[in-house]
Design a protein around this ligand. Structure first.
Ligand code: BGC
Length: 525
């Protein structure tokens, strides 16, 4: 057994935090709710809603997580299912009312559960009043400066300002508007769909508007935000030397996004309830994660590392070195790990992730071992990626299929029997319902609940690598009362376990001295 240099667990860097005290979010487990697909109490369109979340809140509370993160519930034309916001101060009627939201927040807080909202600052909907005003105001108007308008190239301006392509579908990042006098006019920049125009974060008015939005929700008692596309806020859209919009970002010291994030971070300070903000940054999270920028960023490297011990160790090392991580292997943008890796490996990696220092995030359905639905019929696909790619990219609907709660056939308690869920659930979801798993102590749901209970012993524990063998990931968490070892077997043969008390195991059957392939275990010495 070899031991690397000890790497201490990352220290707290909170907002209104007593020096030396770790804020609540440092070791929290977040649970991502994708509201369209969690539970539907009233909608006749088979779309989940806030009342559905209230009705099923006990499921989350029973899991033992600390907080929920709701994917966007603001007013939105729903082109990108809420990631196109038309009013940051209102709840979309498809999800309910502000009174429903207030009730949800209260119900969650009454049960000791915190609530994070999904803030989308990179772009708005093209239906947002800021954008319609910008188009209506015409070329050169102050309102245009809220977005990224440019003149086109060529004598009549009919050629887009640059040849850069967007993130979703590799189509141009520019769309032309018609000016108030009816003539073809300027072009606006959008990293995603044309219905999601990017804001101009170099305009101080944009920052001031978002500071106000953040305060509005924080004053209500919201416990923080997951911040969408967090590293893309400022970019040089005039560059034409890159092929894709994502490459317009710079991670160097001149990146103005840092200034913006520092200002946004300061809006979190001064709130007694220690709100957090988690940056969605797929690579280079460390450069945005600090005492005065993001309190936390997602630990995406372990999601991307695949089933490979050296790659996973490197990913863990990279993230722990510089950030307050929120570890994650599943979300609403990625095929579910139960299908990506297979059910046993997904459970093992979830248990390993929960054993790491820092916070972690579970995506709804991960606690059920829910598979991705890869065979949705073309005609039901609703992700804008599908249509925008001309039917070449099937998009992300497969991980967004509504949850199965009970019963043996669709809609599995997700909505009323006479209503069709917005995406069809496959018959095999019958084997994954919450109801059936609750009765089975060996189910993924019951295992997850036990893992989350045991995890509480790790709060504040240290971290030390143990074994660097190519078939395993093995680390140790020294606690006040002893040590907890976390081991995952990526090889083809069982690994002999040293003596110790098994605290958690990913295989339904507890290991009897040997850890089988594709499994993980925690034991106490
Ligand atoms: C969200 C996606 C969304 C995109 C555009 C993201 O990274 O997670 O679901 O489509 O931002 O807002």
């Amino acid at each position: 057994m070899t031991t690397e240099d000890p790497l201490t667990a990352p220290g707290g860097s909170g907002s209104s935090v007593v020096p030396g005290e770790r804020p609540w979010w440092t070791d929290a487990v977040f649970y991502q709710i994708y509201p369209r697909s969690y539970a539907c109490a009233g909608s006749s369109q088979g779309v989940g809603d806030l009342r559905g979340i209230i009705d099923r809140l006990d499921h989350v509370v029973g899991l033992g997580v600390d907080a929920v993160w709701l994917s966007p519930v603001f007013c939105s034309p729903q082109v990108d299912h809420g990631y196109d916001v038309s009013d940051y101060y209102a709840i979309d009627p498809i999800f309910g009312t502000m009174a429903d939201f207030d009730e949800l927040l209260q119900a969650a807080h009454d049960r000791g559960l915190r609530v994070l909202l999904d803030m989308v600052p990179n772009h708005t909907s093209d239906q947002h009043a800021w954008f319609t005003a910008a188009v209506a105001a015409g070329r050169g108007a102050r309102e245009r400066d809220w977005y990224l308008f440019r003149d086109g190239r060529g004598a009549d301006g009919a050629v887009p300002p640059t040849d850069v392509l967007g993130s979703f579908t590799q189509t141009p990042v520019w769309t032309r508007v018609t000016e108030p006098d009816g003539t073809p006019g300027q072009w606006y920049f959008h990293l995603f769909t044309a219905e999601q125009p990017d804001l101009n974060w170099l305009n101080p008015a944009v920052l001031a508007a978002f500071e106000q939005i953040w305060r509005f929700w924080l004053d209500k008692g919201v416990d923080g935000f997951r911040v969408d596309v967090a590293d893309h806020l400022t970019k040089d859209v005039d560059r034409n030397d890159v092929r894709f919009g994502n490459d317009l970002l710079t991670h160097d010291a001149d990146n103005r996004t840092h200034e913006v994030l520092r200002a946004l971070r300061s809006t979190l300070r001064g709130y007694e309830h220690q709100p957090t903000a988690i940056g969605e940054i797929w690579s280079g999270g460390a450069s945005y994660s600090s005492d005065d920028e993001f309190p936390q960023t997602f630990g995406f490297p372990i999601l991307k590392a695949g089933w490979d011990a050296p790659a996973l160790r490197a990913a863990i090392q990279e993230v722990l070195a510089d950030t307050e991580p929120v570890w994650v292997i599943d979300n609403h943008d990625t095929p579910r790990s139960a299908s990506r890796l297979g059910p046993a490996r997904s459970r093992a990696l979830t248990l390993l992730m929960l054993g790491l220092p820092g916070a972690a995030c579970l995506y709804q359905g991960q606690e059920l071992g829910l598979p991705n639905v890869d065979d949705l019929p073309d005609e039901v696909l609703a992700d804008p990626v599908w249509q925008r790619s001309g039917g070449t990219d099937r998009g992300r609907d497969g991980c967004r299929v509504p949850l199965p709660w009970s019963g043996s056939q669709p809609p599995f308690g997700f909505c009323d029997d006479e209503v069709e869920p917005w995406l069809p659930q496959p018959p095999q979801f019958a084997g994954f319902t919450v109801e059936s798993q609750r009765r089975d102590p060996t189910s993924t749901l019951e295992l997850t609940r036990r893992w989350l209970g045991v995890r509480k012993q790790l709060v504040g524990a240290g971290f030390q690598w143990r074994d660097e063998a190519p078939d395993r990931v093995h680390f140790q968490r020294p606690t006040d009362t002893g040590t907890i070892d976390v081991l995952m077997n990526l090889g083809d043969t069982s690994i002999a376990l040293p003596p110790g008390r098994i605290l958690a195991h990913s295989d339904p059957k507890p290991p009897d001295g040997w850890l089988p392939p594709d499994a993980a275990v925690w034991w106490e010495v």
